[in-house]
Design a protein around this ligand. Structure first.
Ligand code: PGA
Length: 257
């Protein structure tokens, strides 16, 4: 089974109207690299303007688990859909740490997105302390099990493995760390969703950039990348899209052989 790579930019709390041409440039690169699914998640305030820029897939960085209600400052999945977003990131480690989001919260948010007909990228990852204690795989597998929505079947759900110690630090997990983690997370998905768990994309995130994208995307069962810092400027992000296209061509050729 060939899974199309998925390259997603997470702008976090960066960018303004002046950044919109970056989205147009990324959209052009996405059109030229048809074998890759590409998306950008700008701040909420830019979603509708980003959607108007091009036909690039635009996502949000979070959503609330309720459809509406007395939740000052929050945004629901239905509101995101109305703004033109096609999906949202949920459970990013910065939100788990800064906003105290629990696995149950993340599960609720993913289910809300599903209910609104949107996609979700569900993030999991271990801290440095957990990595050094030697049980990162079990910690992250347990986090995923507890965060997964009841129905992950279909192509609406993706997972992002993002070691907390690799986010925004310039430190990248090695292939020897990434490969067994993705294999472990795949087991969790198959156990939960049966055969359909095999086609859920598991992205890697954490200091992905042009210089390391080829190596990371070539790792078995890495289905794409969630990119923070290197997604803010099209000139940095586009080489990652191109690396994914090259790897997809290689993997496709390998399967045809
Ligand atoms: P980074 O962020 O690429 O800047 O490390 C990744 C993320 O947090 O999604």
């Amino acid at each position: 089974m060939t899974i199309r790579p998925y390259i997603v930019g997470n702008w976090k709390m960066h960018g303004g109207r002046a950044s919109l041409p970056e989205i147009a440039a990324v959209a052009n690169a996405a059109a030229e690299n048809g074998g890759v699914d590409v998306a950008i998640c700008p701040p909420f305030t830019l979603i509708d303007a980003a959607v108007a820029q091009s036909d690039l897939s635009i996502g949000a960085q979070d959503c609330h688990s309720a459809i509406s209600g007395a939740h000052t400052g929050c945004v629901s999945a239905v509101m995101l859909r109305e703004a033109g977003a096609g999906f949202a990131i949920v459970g990013h480690s910065e939100r788990r740490a800064d906003q105290g989001e629990t696995n149950a919260d993340v599960r609720g948010k993913a289910s809300a997105l599903r209910g609104a007909g949107l996609g979700a990228i569900l993030c999991v990852g271990e801290t440095l302390e957990q990595r050094e204690s030697g049980d990162a795989e079990e910690v992250v597998a347990a986090q995923l099990e507890a965060s997964l929505p009841a129905d992950g079947r279909g192509d609406w759900l993706s997972i992002a493995y993002e070691p907390v110690w690799a986010i925004g630090t310039g430190k990248v997990a090695s292939p020897a760390e990434i490969a067994p983690m993705h294999a472990r997370l795949r087991q969790v998905l198959v156990l939960r969703y049966g055969d359909e768990g095999r086609s859920i994309r598991i992205l890697y995130g954490g200091s992905v950039k042009a210089a390391n994208a080829l190596e990371i995307l070539a790792i078995p069962d890495v289905g794409g990348a969630l990119v923070g810092g290197a997604s803010l400027v099209a000139a940095d992000f586009i080489p990652i899209i191109e690396a994914a296209a090259a790897i997809a061509a290689q993997k496709g050729a390998g399967q045809a052989a």
